[in-house]
Design a protein around this ligand. Structure first.
Ligand SMILES: Nc1ncnc2c1ncn2[C@@H]1O[C@H](COP(=O)(O)OP(=O)(O)OP(=O)(O)O)[C@@H](O)[C@H]1O
Ligand SMILES: [Mg+2]
Length: 280
């Protein structure tokens, strides 16, 4: 297929030989299968800043470290330079998150390179060597759903122990690779310790996974891993080995009405986003 312009630098550097096919064009990126150094790899090409929504980013970027004070000042201003810096930070955030999560033992695609807005990474494949389906593309048996759910809860714990919350975890952002599930799509990953919304975002991630796997194994719908995990994390006792119960005992204190309302708003926003995505 015709080589998109964004690949020029990678071709020039011998990193991409051929574009095999385009996997998809989403709101934030275009994803391609490319031939690179004799292997099939995945190239994620980020869209330019003007084609993306910014409102979402401010909320997610809270607590995120910037490279330097010049960048931080520029990002605070709505100048052209500020937007460019913000765009770079957003794009690099996915690279940073992928690296941090790999180091924390989370199953994410391996990174090979990131140049000029193009992320070159492992192509997650199925048994036939084709690009892997998303959870959303398959039907599961109840046993598979239970097994995958427990794997994903463990991955969420590993992410949090690595300091991050995915922030957009759903059946659209988990691939079924030939060796198991692989988590993708991390530009919005948030800093668990520095972001005031971290608790509700983590709980939404867990709720999305539970709702999806609960379609195939309904007893999962009665679990509450989200609050259990956050409680352990916020009291400093969560480790990758912590044994979870899936239950959360109410403290008996006053109800957190504002917190519940915030979660409802979050869920609405998420739902709108999903609708946008499916109608795109
Ligand atoms: N490493 C990979 N290996 C195989 N397929 C991939 C890989 N990364 C992404 N894909 C495919 O490309 C699709 C889009 O990727 P991703 O979710 O990262 O981009 P996005 O633009 O943020 O998408 P969206 O807005 O739909 O969430 C995925 O749903 C998946 O099918
Ligand atoms: Mg996605």
């Amino acid at each position: 297929m015709k080589m998109p312009e964004k690949f020029d630098v990678l071709v020039h550097n011998g990193l991409v030989d051929e574009v095999v096919t385009q996997l998809m064009s989403g709101k934030e990126a275009e994803v391609y299968v490319v031939r690179s150094m004799g292997e099939l790899r995945c190239a994620k090409v980020y869209k330019d800043v003007d084609n993306r929504s910014f409102s979402k980013q401010t909320r997610y970027q809270e607590g995120r470290r910037t490279k330097n004070s010049r960048q931080a000042r520029a990002m605070g201003k709505h100048t052209k330079f500020g937007r460019k810096e913000q765009e770079d930070a957003w794009q690099n955030a996915e690279v940073d998150a992928l690296q941090r999560l790999a180091a924390a033992g989370v199953r994410v695609p391996q990174i090979f390179n990131y140049i000029e807005g193009v992320l070159l990474m492992e192509l997650v494949v199925d048994e036939q060597g084709k690009s892997a389906p998303r959870l959303n593309d398959v039907r599961l048996t109840a046993d598979q759903a239970r097994e995958y759910h427990s794997f994903m809860i463990r991955q969420i714990v590993l992410m949090l122990c690595g300091g991050l919350v995915h922030g957009d975890l759903s059946e659209y952002n988990v691939l079924i690779g030939r060796n198991g599930l692989v988590i993708i799509d991390l530009p919005q990953a948030i800093d668990a310790a520095g972001n005031n919304n971290a608790a509700s975002i983590l709980m939404r991630d867990v709720a999305n996974m539970t709702a999806y796997f609960g379609r195939f194994a309904p007893e999962l719908l009665a679990t509450d891993y989200g609050r259990e995990i956050w409680k352990l994390y916020s009291t400093g006792v969560l480790t990758p080995e912590t044994v979870l119960t899936g239950r959360f005992e109410q403290s008996g204190g006053p109800a957190d009405v504002r917190g519940v309302l915030r979660d409802v708003e979050d869920a609405q926003r998420y739902h709108e986003r999903t609708l946008l995505k499916t109608s795109a």
